[in-house]
Each structure stands twice: as C-alpha cells, then as structure tokens.
Design a protein around this ligand. Sequence first.
Ligand code: Z5A
Length: 214
Amino acid sequence: MQQNSRGIFITVEGVEGVGKSTNIAFITEKLNQAGIAYVVTREPGGTPLAEDIRLLLLQKRKESVSESTELLLMFAARAQHISQVIEPALNDGCWVVCDRFTDATYAYQGGGRGIAQDKIASLEHLVQGTLRPDYTVLLDAPVELGLRRARARAELDRFEQETMQFFDHVRAAYLAMADQMPQRYRVIDASQTLECVQQDISVVLDYMISRHQA
Ligand code: Z5A
C-alpha cells in the first residue's frame, strides 16, 4: 500500500536474549497483514558503514575500549543510519521497526557504564535533532533469563561478557525510562511463553495500527 503521511518509528529494546529479533519478525508479519509498508533495521548497524562500526564495537579485543570511544562510535553509526535509512523511510511514509536505538545508549552506556545522561543527551541532540521514536516496545525479563537464552545460542560478544551487575543496571535504566515516558513506552513481560508475549505485542500493535491508519 502506498503511504502518504510520515511513517511511524517503532523501536524494540531490552537486555540480551529477551526476544527482540524473534518478536520483530512477528511485528513485521502483523504490518504485512495490515498492508503497511515498513523498513526493518537495527542498531548499531543498518547501513554498510554502520555495520562496519558494529563489528568494531562488538569485537572482543585485548585493548580496553574507552567509554567515550564506545559512546561516540554508537552515535557515529547512528548518524549514518538516520541519514541513509531512517529519515528517508519515514519521509516516504514507511514505518520503521528498529532493533534498538538511542534508549540502548542511555541503558548500556548510561546505566551500564555510568556515563552521565546529559553527555548522552547532547549527542542525541547533535545527531538526531528532534527525531525520537513514536513507540518503544520494551521486552522486559529478569537478566538471568535473557542471558541464559542468549548464551545458549552463540559465542559471546564484547558486551555479552559483562557482569550481571552491569546488566542489572541496564535493565533498571530501561525500566526508569519506561516510567518517565509512559506515552511512548509499552512494556511487555518477556519472561512469558512466546505465545503470550506475542498476544501482548498484538494488542499493542493493533492500537498503533488503528491509531495511525484511521
Ligand atoms: N548497544 C549499546 O551498548 N548501545 C547502543 O546504543 C546500542 C547497542 C544500539 C548488540 O545488540 C549490542 O550492542 C548489545 C547492546 C549494545 N549488547 N549486547 N550483548 P544486539 O541487539 O545485536 O544484541 P543482543 O541484545 O545480544 O540481541 P540478541 O542476543 O540477538 O537477543 P534478542 O534479539 O533479544 O533475542 P532473540 O534472538 O530473539 O532470542 C534469543 C533466544 O531466546 C532465541 O533462541 C529465541 O528463540 C528464544 N526466545 C525468545 N523469546 C522467547 C520466549 N518468550 N520464550 C522462550 N524462548 C524465547
């Protein structure tokens, strides 16, 4: 279906292994059924250059990575992703479904690494201007559960090697953002069976679709 007005920007967030990739596939299936044009993408990444930066960020290395380097690389990838993928798609009237976005920076670099929120906010302003997600689906589950699922699956990347305390701070930062921005956030209990998680996501998506396709 051809869309005329600006598209809707949906981000999916949560700690590792909570089911972001699995449920993004479900979300896009629902958008297909509703005849909505969409782009599905991810961060860090989403363009060839930003995917190169992703590799730099996730690779395990002997050299320790400074917090500022990590923060700036996240926003460098994001700047490219916004200009090449997100803004053009939204301007074309497509919905954008993004696996993580700037709230991941507040959660991981802010909550996890302890970088001050105002530093992150100044880069957010520089790179994004007024661009913010319309909706954020937070898949929330106890950290141990997500990590168990993620670790059963593949070799650990640089982030996945962090301590439980780090991930507890990440989860707490996400839940704090959900409390502060109830209009944007939809929190789903990701510790349920996949069927129940997807029933909850369906309710949220039906609301978005009815609100924006009316
Ligand atoms: N990062 C950052 O620090 N700052 C930033 O600004 C950004 C990112 C943007 C890469 O992210 C890293 O970048 C990430 C944060 C950092 N750190 N880490 N680690 P990523 O999103 O690519 O990586 P990830 O979070 O590790 O994603 P993941 O491991 O692919 O997890 P997921 O997508 O949430 O889960 P999944 O693959 O859909 O599911 C995991 C398994 O659980 C799989 O086998 C499923 O079949 C299973 N599953 C899912 N749901 C269920 C339910 N409900 N029941 C049972 N089993 C389930």
